[in-house]
Design a binder for this molecule. Structure first.
Ligand code: NAD
Length: 527
């Protein structure tokens, strides 16, 4: 039995032995991939665990030097990889290059710049009552990280957390999405090509059953990217161990068009933000708020822009590719059907494209209201719902009163006002006059609030997410004993002076209290 990647939903993995990979462009079978069962997952984790001591013992510099070899592999074989990722997903090759492969060298560059500082030991403040001790904080790797990734950016969303985890000294076991197994094999190949020690990166293929097995295996942390529903299951599995998990979940991102927006840029930004990757991005524009004063002009221009987009496969030099997961088409169609029944109006698109494969026409829908499923739920397809708002205040209120809080954007020529609005939005990332690009910035932490997730990757927070923190306190005075150690007898008044001095911020009292406590001697014969 096999998991069919063009199935509307995938069966429980326990019964399946292979993934039958179909092209989202033609519907034809283009590969067969063996599924890792529970024993195979446990064996992969055991190999990663065996590799951990030597990998983590390498200096940071040595680890970064080894990983930097990826750059050479991508220079040599980048176009081939882009073509294979486009075969897996159907996305335009320019998107495979820029949104899948490009993050690798930029993340490597970023780590070179900051990792030593971010992960290295640093001295921190010591309170006066512990003087003259020295205090430090340092980070050390967690061990084996299980990485579970989705199908929409199957390469980037797997390799970025892996690179951060490896740089921090961990080893990794990846479980890619069953919908995009070719990307999983590519990850295996790129790491094999740089000759990492055996077990540093392991890949196990399979569906939810394999993912669940990875959560049960002997891993030290799960880094999960996917839907809220699966995220809950992953978190529950991690809680049973207990081990930490980071959850990168869904979104329903707001784009706010102010009256003074740079109009052409905003129109073209909305088109790219809504339809790149055929709208299958967790940070796609899924709620486009346009203020009344500019609404008619904006919508007319946007309708024309979207109507001109070309739909097709990677060989057709198109703008918008197919839906990667066939099951998602049903969600897109249900949202549109329900919205139209409830009074919304489709201006462009609205139906599957008549040809082989999983293509859906780029769609613009207006008169969308907050009670509609297309507004409440993640659509994750080539659909941009537009909501007319009285002013920015209404847009901010609506943007924030939603279950999700991943990313957002604000469009205005007044940059101060743009940043002020951005600071009021409840989400993990916001752009002013830009869209999606912040996710490709390795120095900006990425993650969500509310149902959009827990934790961050990219940036300093991302590197540290894959580490434990160790606090170190060093006594340098080497006196016989601390004044507050045993015996307590006779020390109470001094302690009062010390504690009250601390509370009232009176350094002299603190010192006097200390001295009084220190003067109390042990009885003769106490050693
Ligand atoms: P999904 O939740 O269906 O699957 C994600 C991964 O989890 C897959 O590898 C799947 O096999 C695995 N899985 C399924 N059941 C599991 C279980 N019980 N235990 C462990 N693993 C299990 O998500 P998807 O459909 O692949 O991806 C789309 C979703 O991902 C969307 O909601 C999207 O917004 C979200 N996403 C979030 C981000 C982000 O960074 N926040 C990025 C991309 C996608």
């Amino acid at each position: 039995m096999s998991v069919d990647t063009a199935a509307e939903s995938t069966p429980p993995m326990s019964a399946a032995q292979t993934i039958c990979k179909r092209s989202p462009v033609s519907g034809e079978v283009i590969g067969e991939f063996p599924i890792s069962d529970e024993a195979a997952v446990a064996a992969a984790v055991a190999r990663a665990r065996a590799a951990f001591p030597a990998w983590s013992a390498l200096s940071l510099e040595a680890r970064m030097e080894r990983l930097d070899r990826l750059r050479h592999v991508l220079v040599e074989r980048g176009e081939e990889f882009a073509a294979r990722l486009s075969e897996d997903t159907g996305k335009p090759r320019i998107e495979s290059l820029s949104t899948e492969l490009l993050l690798v060298p930029t993340l490597l560059d970023y780590h070179r710049k900051v990792a030593a500082k971010v992960l290295g030991r640093r001295k921190v403040w010591t309170p006066i009552y512990l003087a003259p001790k020295a205090s430090y904080v340092e980070h050390f790797p967690r061990g084996v990280i299980g990485v579970i990734s989705p199908w929409n950016f199957p390469f980037q969303l797997a390799i970025a957390p892996i690179l951060q985890a490896l740089t921090a000294g961990n080893t990794c076991v990846l479980k890619p999405s069953e919908v995009t197994p070719i990307a999983g094999e590519l990850i295996r190949e790129v790491f094999a090509a740089i000759d990492l020690p055996a077990g540093v990166v392991e890949v196990v293929q399979g569906d939810g059953g394999t993912g669940a097995a990875l959560c049960r295996a002997d891993v030290d942390m799960i880094f999960f990217t996917g839907s809220v529903a699966t995220g809950r299951k992953v978190m529950a599995a991690c809680a049973a161990r207990p081990i930490p998990c980071e959850l990168e979940l869904g979104g329903k991102d707001a784009m706010i068009i102010c009256e003074d927006a740079p109009l052409e840029r905003a129109v073209r930004g909305a088109a790219w933000g809504g339809f790149t990757n055929a709208g299958q991005a967790c940070i796609s524009v899924e709620r486009l708020f346009v203020v009344d004063a500019i609404y008619d002009r904006f919508v007319a221009l946007f309708e024309r822009e979207v109507g001109a987009l070309r739909v097709g496969g990677p060989d057709e030099d198109a703008d918008v590719g197919p839906m990667i997961f066939k099951g998602q088409l049903a969600t897109v169609e249900r949202h549109l059907r329900e919205a139209v029944a409830d009074g919304a109006k489709i201006l462009v698109g609205g139906e599957r494209v008549e040809r082989a494969g999983q293509f859906f026409a780029p769609t613009v829908i207006v008169d969308v209201r907050p009670e509609m499923s297309i507004y409440r739920e993640e659509t994750f397809g080539p659909v941009v719902p537009i909501i007319r708002v009285k002013d920015e205040e209404e847009a901010i209120r609506l943007a924030n009163s939603h279950e999700y809080g991943l990313n957002a954007s604000v469009w205005t020529r007044d940059l101060d006002r743009g940043v002020a609005i951005a600071s009021r939005l409840e989400c993990g990332q916001v752009s002013v006059n830009d869209v999606l690009s912040s996710a490709g910035h390795p120095g900006l932490p990425f993650g969500g609030v509310k149902s959009s997730g827990i934790g961050r990757y990219h940036g300093e927070e991302g590197l540290r997410a894959f580490t434990h923190v160790r606090a170190i306190l060093v006594d340098r005075a080497l006196t016989k004993a601390e004044p507050y150690w045993y015996p307590y007898g006779g020390k109470y008044r001094g302690a009062v002076e010390l504690v009250m001095g601390l509370m009232r911020k009176k350094p002299l009292k603190i010192v006097r209290g200390f001295v009084k406590m220190a003067r109390i001697k042990r009885e003769p014969g106490e050693g």
